[in-house]
Write a protein that binds this ligand. Sequence first.
Ligand code: ZN
Length: 138
Amino acid sequence: MFKILGVDHIGIAVEDLKEVGSFYTEALGLPNNGEETVAEQKVTTTFHPTPNGSEIELLIGTAPDSPITKYIEKNGEGIQHVALRVDNIENAIADLMAKGVRMIDEKPRIGAGGAKIAFLHPKATKGVLLEICEHEDR
Ligand code: ZN
């Protein structure tokens, strides 16, 4: 058993973190918690938290074969994934797989900020790339 705790973040693929980031900080007044590169996923991200705990995640690819670089080549910049926070990611993956939901990640991996994350297969969600994530401290 697992519980969805809320929308954790919306992941937006961009070509210029600084330019797009300044829109979120200056026009919208959100904080910026700094850049982080996740080498394994070939992305650099910045998170812009909102007061209810949901965040905007901006992502750029760090290599031509990065999933973000490929996403932008195919679709242009824009919303790339939606992440739901869960109370226990191991239980969530086991539960979803038991329900026949196709997963990209059958085991959690470590994402930005040390969160445990896993992606569902877009074929399981009518084309939405859905991430589930669990934070130790939230
Ligand atoms: Zn994400």
